[in-house]
Structure formats: C-alpha cells, structure tokens
Design a protein around this ligand. Structure first.
Ligand code: SF4
Length: 330
C-alpha cells in the first residue's frame, strides 16, 4: 500500500464568476521510504497541493471540491478534527522556506523542539532527546546550541533546527516545501544532502517541493512536474531528467545554470504562469510553448501513460527538445 496517494484532487478558492482552481485533477503516489519531487514555477499549485496533504489550507477560503488524499489508505478529506490533529506533525511533518520566520524569536531553540516533543512524544521530552535531534541534523556542539535563540544562528542552522523539530515526532512522511529557497547555494546543497542522509537513516518518505529541477537529481526517486494546477509530466527521475517529454519540463531543464563547459546565456521561459482564475483555453502552456501548434489552443491534452511509469500531457511528446537537456541524477 502506498504511504500517500492523491487521486484527482481538485481545490477551489473564491465564488461565483471569481472561482479559481489552483489544483485541478492532481494525482500522485508516494511509496514508504521513497522521495517524490514536485517541481514547477511559483504559482503552479505545488504548495497548495502540499498543504492539502494534512488539510492545512484554511477552509474557507479553500474548498476541496473533488478527489481523495489517502494517507496509509485513510482519506484525509474525511478525517475528524481530532484525527487531523493526530496526523499533523505525527504521521506527516512539514519544513517550510524562510526558517527565520518559522521559528519563534523569543524562545530558545531547545525549548521550541521540546514543545514539539511534549505534544508527540512526551516520554522523551528532555534535553537529551533535543541534543540527539540537533546532532542528527548536523548541528555542532548541540548541548550548547540548544540554549541559543534563533537570531544567533545562520539561515542554514535555522533550517536544520526546523528539520529537527519536524523529525521530533518521527514522521513517516516529511513534506519539505522549498526548504532551500531562502539559503545560499552552498547551504542549499548541504540541506539537500542532509535530507538524503536522513531519509536513508530514518526510512521516511520525502515529498520535496521545489522550483529548481537542478536540485532533484540527487534526491528524487520520482519527479512530477506541475503547471497551472495540473501534472504535465510524471515519472522516474532518470526518465524525466534524461528524456524529458513535455516542452515545459524541457524548458525548466534548459533554464538550470550549467557549471561545466563554456559560458552560455541563460535560457528563460517567456511569459509567466497564468493565474488560476485566468487560464488560457486548450493546453495551459500553449502561450509560452516553443512547439505550440494551432490545435494546442483548442484542446486540453490528457495525461498519457508512455512506458516505465512515465506519463506526459502533450501529444507532441516524441518530438525532440530544442537542445539536449543534461541534468545529472544520483
Ligand atoms: Fe506545447 Fe501543444 Fe504540447 Fe501544449 S500541447 S505543451 S502547447 S506542444
């Protein structure tokens, strides 16, 4: 049984003529101990999808209008408030971007981690467990650090503290929503490496939300690419990074800066992601697509299964990309 299975999820905001659907028919599956990376630009619906897993979106304004979110086979959308409290920070933990904003500035970090322990594992809510968790996430001198306030730590250290808090409940699923976006490039790499090590050590599943396809090769088992509220490509990391089929995935890969080789002008994707209430007809990517045909503005392509678990929402999936994408994978 998958740990997480999202089936045809639809989430709406607004009412009347102003209804917007930022998540429109999303289906995802994550096995225990595996990592799924959900990739796309800001405004694609990734974070709304991620927050819905523990039903964290305030409702209203959000409305879950269709689909299922199955966690270990139980539908989150049908859970009582008490059941939801038990899974939040228990079965599922979250790490968000902007660690400085997520930590309480007036409490020492040790006290903040201990609060999480008191709620989920009261029997071990002691300094010794806080120190163990800080050590687990690679904080040096953890017995001294637990008395620090958040402002005394760097951004990378603050993100490690948030990871320690997320791990305090021993979750089976860690949802990391753009955990490296606010950090320097070198620190980003350290946090991704830490996530990979923690996943191996603890055997938990990870759902990584990111706009940067360059980060996923080292961590992901599977990749789902999201655009304008829908999954446009989904498959094993090797297939998606080495043979991307959707023009949006190909464009995302081309826009990742290359370190090796001669200097090249960075490729950008023209235009912006459409707002959920202002979607173009037909294929939602057609105003920005370098391969668009006249028919693309008339028909919304279905997500079509190819081979080896790879699926794509574009009938021109077998035409070659503009330049050969070359992202590494682990
Ligand atoms: Fe581009 Fe047409 Fe494919 Fe959409 S359906 S991604 S516009 S080629």
């Amino acid at each position: 049984m998958p740990l997480l299975e999202i089936k045809n999820l639809q989430i709406e905001f607004g009412s009347g003529a102003k209804v917007a659907r930022p998540v429109d028919g999303v289906s995802l599956r994550l096995e225990p101990g595996k990592t799924l990376c959900l990739v796309g630009e800001s405004g694609c619906g990734k974070s709304v999808t991620a927050l819905s897993i523990a039903k964290l979106l305030p409702s209203p304004p959000a409305r879950y209008v269709g689909g299922e979110i199955l966690l270990e086979g139980r539908d989150v959308l049908k859970m009582s408030a008490r059941e939801l409290r038990a899974i939040r920070g228990g079965l599922v933990s979250y790490v968000f971007q902007e660690p400085g904003a997520a930590l309480n500035p007036v409490f020492r970090i040790g006290a903040q981690i201990k609060e999480t322990l008191k709620y989920h594992r009261p029997a071990v809510a002691h300094d010794s467990e806080v120190i163990r968790l800080l050590k687990l996430v690679g904080i040096p001198a953890p017995d001294a650090r637990l008395r620090n306030y958040p402002h005394e730590l760097s951004g990378g250290m603050q993100q490690r503290v948030l990871l320690a808090m997320a791990l305090a409940s021993q979750p089976k699923l860690l949802v990391a929503d753009e955990p490296t976006t606010a950090l320097d490039v070198t620190i980003q790499a350290q946090i991704i490496e830490l996530l990979r090590d923690l996943r191996r050590q603890l055997g938990m599943a990870v759902l990584l939300i990111t706009h940067n396809l360059g980060l996923v090769g080292d961590l992901a088992d599977d990749v789902a690419v999201m655009y304008a509220g829908q999954i446009v490509e989904h498959g094993p990391v090797r297939g998606v990074l080495q043979h991307p089929r959707h023009p949006y995935t190909q464009a995302l890969i081309r826009s990742v800066p290359k370190i090796e080789g001669a200097a090249e002008r960075l490729t950008t994707i023209p235009g912006t992601v459409p707002l959920p209430g202002w979607l173009p007809g037909g294929c939602r990517f057609h105003p920005r697509c370098s391969k668009a045909q006249p028919d693309c503005s008339r028909r919304l392509p279905p997500l079509t299964e190819l081979a080896d678990g790879h699926s794509v929402r574009c009938p021109l999936w077998d035409t070659p990309p503009l330049a050969r994408p070359a992202l590494k994978h682990a």
